[in-house]
Unconditional design. Structure first.
Length: 765
């Protein structure tokens, strides 16, 4: 064996010709098992030494299983020309594929079976954006573990999640898959999801390999159009977009997926800077990189390469191990090797990375799946995880005293809208395996509690895009005959997700007209919104008396919504993304830069405040929109409760803290209301002067705290030198001395404030 050499500060070691081997974190249970890594390295090297070039190139291929096990696919598996299969979840077919690979191919190398297990499998959790709204990484980890267990019972051993694209554009359809606009929140959730999918060991029962995607910058697609160009300065890339991926690597993520988009003119799939310099050399990533669907072939379409042969060379040189769906590698790597445009050592490194993950997954020892080894999918425990996730994801955005509804005084409840009783639509995007018959809808849940005879349900619109007013009269009749009105609106699941971007993010169809028609009936209206993105709600906000944002809440959305509406539980979700007043404000996000002319309440002028024929000059002299203002409809971190919380006695451990020492921050939190409730205490800072300008606020920590009425909790936070660091002008991470402001409260507009100063040791002045 070649001698080991240090590889990175993340517990990896590089073995010459074989890449990085992970010897800490989730893949190894205890330091005493480090020799397992050497055993795997020996097995990888031994296997490589026996492989033909065709078999090596085969390991770099992932094929889609469109029609199950076709004769052509069977032959490719037997001949060792397939490394992974995509989109096969019939366990008998998967086991037969593995049998062909293990028992009939020359070297018996098992297959990776990939599937998009994004927010559940048969049991569906809220969309990832909704999961982020829980501000509960432990719950998100439980949800990922549940999803992994269900998927693994079908033979799936690899998921293309979590998606870690920080995004500030609600027009982008894939914001539904994201964890929101904030780097820190996304990083915390990234690590939680990786731990959930992969478990304590990759070869454990129910563990599947996770995949951090899309590396990198995809969430900044121009105009929110999927697949569009992204232009992100390197400083912004390192400070905002890359940290969640680094957090996933530190959590032991097995694989990474390259983005479709180009980044500053270089498609990510061909970016050596991303895949080799940052991912492998800087972070010490020890897994492998997979392309996105056909993204190697698309290098030519981008205009980055002249033909598929050049695309194969570009992707391999960048560091992409496996090609998804297309056959550019299979068709061209051999001739590229013959022409010395690539080397056999490069191919060996790519193959070794893949084989190593297969060994870590235990596939060589146990390639087959016995469903009887797993709990039944959709069982009560799994549904309870989905219910709790849905419950904690619900965000109360408005309440004029109408919530919670009093079930005892409700003789009848009008339940109106196209999303009120649609188990399929409430699951949201990316639910290939979601089972609508597991979904419990708001109608079913409310009827179970109140009695079916008390719930007057009228769909009113056939779907969210329906422009017809034909159902309005029936809805008005139900409202007139009822004591309460709940209107469940939103957008169908197909209106968000990949390739489903929208330029207008108002409620689609005639839904706003329905709100107006029902408002004219004179009854208080509670609106519940199910959607895959933040919507612009200005055209209905004044016409509803309460507004509960439910995202697409998954299988158990109905019971969760019922429990909040009827007051069994106080709402506790918080916005993981800013809601704009109108789409023209996009991108609008809480951690913007201050600018040289920041808008304030005193300095800003609305368009109607400007006199006619006013002399031309820079009216207001501040950064804002004349018609929309400078504030959002709802800020990041916002969410109302049925109780009240009071923050007191914010203290910083020292007013002056030596550079390199941690900063301790404490406060007390009291539930001053009448009901038990959960608060998400959020800690924000501002670095007032930096080597590069810093955001007006940055989330640095949060705690979800449940308190009974009158109960007080002591809050403790620690800001480490690492948490105060950022990438400066020379693209190195630094922590600088200087003044910092501190806010602690219930959202990103929290008023409570203190300061501290990081100081240099006197010897360094």
């Amino acid at each position: 064996m070649p001698a080991e050499q240090p590889c990175s500060p993340h517990g990896l070691r590089r073995v010459a010709s074989l890449g990085c081997l992970l010897v800490s974190g989730l893949w190894i249970a205890a330091p005493g098992e480090a020799r397992d890594e050497q055993q795997i390295a020996n097995r990888v090297e031994g296997l490589l030494s026996q492989m033909t070039l065709s078999e090596k190139i085969g390991q770099l291929a992932q094929l889609n299983s469109d029609n199950g096990l076709s004769p052509d696919l069977s032959e490719r598996i037997r001949s060792g020309r397939v490394g992974s299969i995509l989109n096969e979840v019939r366990v008998d077919v998967v086991n037969e594929m593995q049998r062909l690979a293990v028992e009939e191919s020359r070297l018996g190398i098992p297959l990776l079976i990939g599937r998009d297990v994004i927010h559940g499998f048969n049991t569906v959790l809220p969309i990832p954006l909704g999961l982020a709204a829980t501000f509960n990484p432990e719950l998100v980890q439980r949800g990922a573990r549940m999803a992994a267990t269900e998927a693994a019972s079908t033979g799936v051993n690899w998921t293309f999640a979590p998606m870690l694209d920080v995004t500030r554009d609600p027009r982008w359809g894939r914001i539904a898959e994201s964890l929101g606009e904030d780097t820190y929140l996304t990083s915390r959730m990234a690590a939680a999801m990786v731990r959930g999918f992969q478990g304590e060991r990759l070869d454990g029962l129910g563990s599947i390999a996770a995949c951090a995607k899309h590396f990198a910058g995809y969430g900044a697609s121009e105009a929110g159009r999927d697949y569009a160009t992204t232009n992100i300065p390197e400083n912004e890339l390192r400070n905002v977009f890359l940290p969640p991926f680094e957090a996933a690597v530190e959590a032991g993520v097995a694989t990474v997926m390259a983005s479709f988009s180009d980044l500053n003119g270089v498609p990510a799939t061909a970016s050596r800077f991303l895949m080799t310099d940052v991912l492998r050399k800087e972070w010490g990533f020890g897994g492998f990189v997979v392309s996105d669907w056909a993204s190697i072939e698309q290098l030519r379409i981008h205009g980055f390469t002249a033909n598929d042969r050049d695309s194969a060379a570009a992707a391999l040189h960048a560091g992409v191990n496996m090609e998804m769906a297309t056959s550019v590698y299979a068709n061209h790597l051999e001739s590229l090797l013959e022409d010395n445009r690539i080397s056999i050592s490069q191919i060996d490194r790519m193959v070794a990375d893949i084989l190593r993950i297969k060994f870590h997954l235990g596939l060589f020892e146990n390639p087959y799946t016995n469903p009887d080894d797993f709990p039944a999918r959709g069982n009560e425990q799994h549904l309870e995880v989905a219910r709790q996730a849905a419950l904690e994801s619900l965000v109360l955005l408005k309440n004029e005293g109408v919530l919670p509804l009093d079930a005892e005084s409700l003789d009848t409840l009008a339940l109106i809208g196209p999303m009120a009783d649609d188990g399929y639509e409430q699951m949201g995007t990316w639910v290939f395996d979601g089972q609508a018959d597991l979904s419990q809808t708001p109608r079913a849940a409310l009827a179970a509690t109140l009695g079916a005879d008390k719930v007057r349900y009228v769909r009113a619109l056939q779907h969210s895009r329906d422009q017809s007013h034909a159902g309005f009269d029936a809805a008005l009749e139900a409202v007139a005959a009822s004591d309460g009105v709940v209107l469940v609106l939103g957008e169908e699941s197909i209106l968000s997700g990949e390739a489903h971007s929208r330029a207008n993010i108002d409620l689609p169809g005639a839904q706003a007209a329905l709100v107006q028609a029902l408002k004219n009936a004179g009854k208080p209206i509670v609106a519940v919104i199910m959607a895959g993105r933040p919507l612009t709600l200005g055209n209905i906000l004044e016409d509803v008396d309460a507004l509960l944002y439910a995202w697409h809440p998954g299988s158990m959305g109905g019971p969760a919504i019922r429990d909040v509406l009827l007051g069994a539980v106080s709402p506790s979700g918080r916005l993981p993304v800013t809601f704009p007043r109108m789409v023209g404000q996009v991108p609008i996000y809480y951690n913007q830069k201050h600018t040289g002319k920041p808008a304030t309440a005193e300095s800003f002028r609305y368009i109607d405040d400007i006199p006619v024929r006013m002399p031309q000059h820079s009216s207001g002299f501040v950064s804002s929109h004349l018609d929309a203002g400078y504030t959002p409809q709802f800020p990041f971190g916002f969410g109302m409760s049925y109780s009240r919380f009071e923050y007191r006695d914010l203290k910083v451990s020292e007013v002056e803290v030596p550079l390199g020492e941690p900063v301790e921050i404490t406060a007390t939190l009291t539930n001053t209301g009448d009901v038990a409730a959960s608060e998400v205490a959020q800690l924000y800072i501002r670095d007032l002067v930096g080597n590069v300008t810093r955001p007006v606020r940055e989330l640095k920590d949060f705690k979800r705290v449940h308190l009974e009425p009158g109960e007080t909790a002591e809050l403790q936070f620690e800001l480490t030198p690492e948490s105060l660091a950022f990438y400066g002008q020379n693209m190195t991470k630094i922590t600088e001395p200087g003044r910092f402001q501190v806010w602690l409260g219930g959202d990103s507009a929290a008023p409570l404030q203190s300061e501290f100063t990081l100081t240099l040791p006197k010897s360094e002045y």
